[in-house]
Design a protein around this ligand. Structure first.
Ligand SMILES: [Zn+2]
Ligand SMILES: [Zn+2]
Length: 210
């Protein structure tokens, strides 16, 4: 599995494009916002001849779904997310506005709802959705056992954790989610929704919030 990170939009979200050797691709949290960012993504997909098959959203905070509408239209794919975050979709323009971002295109409802333990297959790689609420009620992280990597959204960051003071957030629930993630193999590489990558082992030793 190949991984290409992009850092998009004024909130600096990490979007991750994943693909296999047969060029089957999916994107986690397309956050592209400006035309330049949309072009960057489109050119990368084009230059590498990738076939985009799915959009996965770790959660539905506006910064993580700003590029959903563009990717849905351009590649005729739908998004997948957890049902407990659907209430956030209606609030997308308002939340974006609070951060000075105009959400011109509202993203559509997900085409598929993911539950804890669901497997997402793309070409020859598989991601497992792990429901990890606390930052938002429908937060998911995506774990690839074969590749030993985890896409942690806004649940776990390098030396930090997600905030739990937003609507639907809960500190105790977040802590239980994090405890579950700390049980993953120590050499799992963690790709967070913001900031640099890390590993489970590093966070066990150095994360001041755990
Ligand atoms: Zn968030
Ligand atoms: Zn975020």
């Amino acid at each position: 599995m190949h991984i290409q990170p992009f850092c998009f939009n004024p909130i600096q979200v990490n979007s991750y494009l994943l693909w296999d050797d047969d060029l089957n691709a999916l994107i986690i949290d397309p956050g592209c916002y400006s035309n330049r960012e949309k072009n960057t993504l489109q050119e990368f997909i084009q230059n590498n001849k990738l076939i985009l098959r799915a959009i996965l959203n770790t959660h539905l905070h506006f910064d993580h779904i700003l590029g959903n509408a563009f990717v849905e239209k351009t590649y005729a794919v739908g998004s997948q997310a957890h049902k407990d975050d659907l209430f956030l979709l209606n609030q997308l323009p308002l939340h974006a506005q609070l951060f000075g971002v105009t959400a011109r295109e509202i993203c559509r409802q997900p085409v598929a709802l993911l539950e804890d333990g669901d497997l997402v297959h793309c070409g020859n790689f598989t991601l497992k959705a792990i429901h990890s609420p606390g930052h938002s009620p429908g937060s998911l992280v995506f774990y690839c056992e074969n590749e030993k990597c985890l896409f942690s959204g806004d649940v776990l960051f390098r030396e930090s954790i997600g905030r739990s003071d937003l609507q639907g957030g809960n500190g105790n629930i977040l802590f239980s989610s994090l405890k579950k993630l700390m049980e993953l193999p120590h050499d799992t590489v963690v790709y967070p929704g913001h900031g640099p990558q890390t590993t489970i082992e590093y966070e066990r030793l150095h994360n001041p919030f755990l």
